[in-house]
Design a protein around this ligand. Structure first.
Ligand SMILES: NC(=O)c1ccc[n+]([C@@H]2O[C@H](COP(=O)([O-])OP(=O)(O)OC[C@H]3O[C@@H](n4cnc5c(N)ncnc54)[C@H](O)[C@@H]3O)[C@@H](O)[C@H]2O)c1
Length: 281
């Protein structure tokens, strides 16, 4: 219950999905939370949810791609709660999608500004405050799209790979200050970023993810909030520079095998109990 007692956390993109679930979890573990997002209504309702969980929370409207707004966000944490121990750089968008040759420079740059510059700015302005209190934990949301390719998601894949490696370089620089830097690579998590609040899509996603991942259910925001709590807490004090994959097994391999064949998708390989030299058939 008190794994973050006395700590102060800033969480971006906390009006919805993963950020919101993490804010509620952190508040329930004793942290004071600054909820940052573009979405005012969602941010204010997330504050109410944190308070219902007996937590302390405030909302600061923030565009993570704007340096002045990140500075104001960090200053709000200090004026409101007196210190900063944790930042979770989590805000995100799908960004430019579709064939590479059709992506405009403007859409490419807008994608990188939110997904990668936003993380850099969070690190840049949180670190000095963490140094003042003898250390801290910087967490960012990357993605499995940062460690493998996904068709039609070029800008997103590039930005998330950038988050993974920025995590490593920043961790090297900040280790001497006892500031740990890690990121989380979620797999398919059923949040509005995927279904954009369109009717029926959330339910359809739930079923599709259950079929397409080794652990046969959709990922939920709480799955990522649990990892964020571990990285924020002292339980992970010897962990830095890592990309923690939380994906129900999505990236561990292919189900292309005889054993994984189902009635819906039978294997073209004849059944056997042992596969010997291929020339023997
Ligand atoms: N849902 C998934 O399957 C999945 C998988 C891998 C990674 N992620 C990443 O997880 C993070 C959280 O996404 P989510 O799935 O909870 O989606 P979500 O849409 O529910 O939440 C994202 C939040 O970010 C906010 N946001 C967007 N642009 C912003 C900006 N410029 N400044 C401030 N806030 C902004 C949105 O308003 C929203 O509240 C994102 O970085 C996303 O890329 C999601």
């Amino acid at each position: 219950m008190d794994r973050l007692k006395g700590k102060v956390a800033v969480i971006t993109g906390a009006a919805s999905g993963i950020g919101r679930a993490t804010a509620i979890k952190f508040a329930g573990e004793g942290a004071a939370v600054v909820i940052a997002d573009l979405n005012i209504e969602g941010g204010e309702s997330a504050v109410r949810d944190c308070k219902e969980n007996a937590g302390r929370a405030v909302f600061q409207k923030t565009d993570v791609s704007a340096e002045a707004e990140i500075k104001t966000l960090i200053a709000r944490a200090i004026t409101e709660f007196g210190r900063l121990d944790i930042i979770y750089n989590n805000a995100g968008i799908g960004g430019a999608v579709g064939p590479l040759e059709k992506i405009s420079v403007e859409d490419w740059d807008r994608s990188q500004a939110v997904l990668l510059r936003g993380v850099f700015l969070g690190m840049k302005h949180a670190a000095p405050e963490m140094r003042k209190v003898g250390g801290g934990s910087i967490i960012s949301t990357a993605s499995v799209a940062g460690i493998r390719g996904f068709a039609s998601l070029h800008a997103y894949c590039a930005a998330k790979a950038g988050v993974v490696n920025l995590t490593r370089s920043a961790a090297l620089e900040f280790a001497k200050d006892k500031i740990r830097v890690n990121c989380i690579c979620p797999g398919g998590i059923n949040t509005p970023i995927l279904h954009r609040n369109q009717p029926g899509v959330k339910e359809a996603m739930e079923q599709w993810m259950a079929k397409s991942q080794p652990i046969p259910r959709a990922g939920h925001p709480e799955d990522i909030a649990g990892m964020a709590l571990y990285l924020a807490s002292d339980d992970s004090e010897f962990v830095t520079g890592q990309a923690m994959v939380v994906d129900g097994g999505l990236t561990i391999g292919s189900q292309f095998s005889q054993a994984a064949a189902t009635q819906d998708s039978p294997s073209p390989i004849a059944p056997s109990t042992f596969m010997g030299p291929s020339f023997q058939g």
